[in-house]
Ligand binder design. Structure first.
Ligand SMILES: Cc1cc2nc3c(=O)[nH]c(=O)nc-3n(C[C@H](O)[C@H](O)[C@H](O)COP(=O)(O)OP(=O)(O)OC[C@H]3O[C@@H](n4cnc5c(N)ncnc54)[C@H](O)[C@@H]3O)c2cc1C
Length: 370
């Protein structure tokens, strides 16, 4: 089967990888040259975890990703997944803590609840109040997005800097139009990330600008080292929901806010990071972390593609079962990319999937609009 993959960010690259592995002939198309920093899949690191506050039904899919990352690492001789564990910090009745524990209970996942004295002893970088706790999820860590995309696209024929203007069902196949010409394929994966509405206007998504900032560490701050500092999330602070990573270079740590960005049109994304972006994070750093300075080493703007309920779309195109639509973001999609790519391959090569994707149907939005 000859398959066009439209968009080669995390989801398209993963689809290209799994489809090629499973015998399809794949041609990728991308309006830029992936990996790049214009969409949603850049910034050195992405959190992965298993106890899942966004919904316990995600857990079986997450569990499938870990061996797939290892398979990709060994076939491409790359190091993509680092297990550090993850701390969800907050008050015991906060949504993040409650929902993380509920999903762990439902799937019998190993987690540990640490009280404030234990957090201070084990992770002195975190400043916590006496009534705060942390849920430790050991099956968690981070993935390297740019390196993962590069690994997934190894050996794939990618048409770089080519924008697809239309993808449509034609007879028993699919026609891909790039403005410069039309090409026929047996099937297609539509994985255009923030640009999905240009090719599928009926999918209601909202683009959110998000900022990532790397802060300089104070000299001698060794408490952020990979071996001893898990990735972390902190919900409901006065500065928003914030997440962060251990230090990859011994000199800086990366932090970001979750769903605290402005809605933006793709034609007018503010790519420059300003003090208005930095100030809430600077206040967070000052209040909640020990050993981090207020100096910015680097920063980047990235885009969330949010569906109305912030869950994914993994489905067939409303007009053709030969086109699979992947809108897997809402700020939490990267970690799923290997299994999402494998599901896309299931849908096109096997005509169905053993995974439960019923919650990711596009019709939940189109029906609501009726
Ligand atoms: C700041 C930030 C932090 C995040 N943190 C996490 C995290 O910690 N953990 C996690 O799991 N997830 C996280 N996410 C979400 C995750 O990164 C996304 O779910 C994922 O990257 C989405 O990938 P994508 O392939 O859908 O989109 P993209 O990576 O944007 O890929 C879409 C691709 O399609 C191409 N394209 C678009 N239109 C066309 C066209 N017409 N023709 C040809 N090519 C086209 C684009 O050039 C692009 O390469 C985060 C996202 C952001 C922005």
């Amino acid at each position: 089967m000859r398959v066009a993959v439209i968009g080669c960010g995390a989801m398209g690259a993963a689809s290209a990888w799994r489809l090629s592995q499973r015998g399809a002939e794949v041609v990728g198309f991308d309006r830029f040259s992936p990996p790049h920093d214009r969409g949603s899949s850049h910034g050195d690191t992405r959190i992965t975890r298993t106890a899942y506050l966004e919904g316990a039904w995600y857990v079986p899919l997450l569990q499938e990703t870990f061996p797939l990352w290892r398979e990709l690492e060994s076939s491409t001789h790359s190091q993509l997944l680092t297990i550090t564990g993850l701390l969800t910090l907050g008050r015991p009745d906060s949504k993040a803590v409650v929902a993380t524990l509920a999903s762990a209970r439902q799937h019998a996942l190993e987690t540990k609840v640490l009280d404030a004295p234990e957090i201070r002893r084990l992770y002195p970088a975190h400043v916590v109040a006496d009534d705060e706790v942390a849920v430790f999820d050991p099956q968690a860590g981070f993935v390297r997005p740019e390196m993962a995309i590069e690994a997934m696209l190894k050996g794939v024929d990618v048409r770089r800097n080519v924008t697809v203007t239309r993808v449509a069902a034609r007879g028993d196949g699919v026609e891909v139009d790039t403005g410069g010409g039309k090409e026929r394929f047996d099937a297609a994966v539509l994985a255009a990330g923030p640009w999905v509405s240009e090719l599928l206007p009926s999918l209601p998504v909202r683009i959110e600008r998000q900022v990532m900032v790397w802060w300089a560490l104070q000299s001698g701050s060794d408490q952020f080292a990979l071996e001893q500092f898990p990735v972390w999330l902190r919900e409901g602070t006065p500065h928003g929901d914030i997440y962060g990573f251990p230090s990859l270079d011994g000199k800086s740590v990366k932090l970001g806010g979750h769903h605290n960005g402005e809605a933006t049109a793709l034609s007018s994304v503010r790519r420059a990071v300003t003090d208005a972006d930095l100030d809430p994070l600077r206040l967070f750093v000052t209040t909640y972390l020990r050993g981090v300075t207020r100096s910015v080493v680097k920063s980047a703007v990235c885009l969330y593609t949010n569906t109305p309920d912030q869950h994914f779309v993994i489905d067939r195109h409303p007009e053709s079962s030969r086109i699979v639509v992947l809108s897997v973001c809402s700020g939490h999609g990267f970690k799923f990319s290997p299994v999402v790519g494998d599901i896309a391959a299931d849908l096109l090569l096997e005509d169905g999937t053993r995974r439960d994707i019923s919650r990711f149907a596009m019709s939940r939005f189109t029906k609501a609009a009726d």
